[in-house]
Design a binder for this molecule. Structure first.
Ligand code: ZN
Length: 164
């Protein structure tokens, strides 16, 4: 067998990426270490996960991901909440993420959209919601997940060290 393992469910994949918006501005990129993930678990945005199917180590490609397959459309306007709703030590800066709970008691991420005096504007949309995402990707490695990784539902690092 000389064929390289192709990405599919149960693959542990490392890749480098640069994420740009439609204006060509870089929004995010892998720095140093490539991003590591377990394929098929929704750990990366759906459009990118789908584009990686069948790729092998060394493949390089560009993928344009629409908001529906990225961080979603923007749905709600930011809501004003009092500063006192946050811990006194919380760093309340635009773009900071917090976890709250929705009415059903499930974890709900929120982002700070802005601060005005004692009022904090919180946004339930991911900061990249509504954006078309332009990914430049280089696949670094593809391997089968270990039994432990499958049981945990996430990839473990090269040295078996990870945080839960
Ligand atoms: Zn684990």
């Amino acid at each position: 067998m000389t064929d390289s393992l192709a990405v599919g469910d149960g693959s542990v994949v490392e890749f480098h990426y640069t994420l740009k918006d439609s204006m060509g501005t870089t929004l995010d990129k892998s720095e140093g270490e490539p991003l590591l993930y377990l394929h098929g678990t929704g750990q990366i945005v759906a459009g990118l996960e789908r584009a990686l199917i069948g790729k092998v180590a060394g493949d390089a490609f560009t993928e344009v991901v629409q908001p529906e397959d990225g961080y979603g459309r923007r749905t709600e306007q930011p809501q004003a909440v009092p500063r006192s709703a946050f811990p006194a030590t919380a760093k309340l800066e635009r773009g900071e993420q917090f976890l709250t709970r929705n009415p059903a008691g499930q974890p709900q991420p929120i982002w700070i959209a802005g601060v005005s005096g004692d009022t904090v504007f919180v946004d339930f949309n991911h900061p990249l919601a509504g954006q078309t995402l332009h990914f430049d990707v280089v696949v670094v490695s593809v391997r089968a997940a270990t039994a432990e990784e499958k049981a945990h539902g996430h990839a473990h690092g090269a040295h078996g060290h990870h945080h839960h």
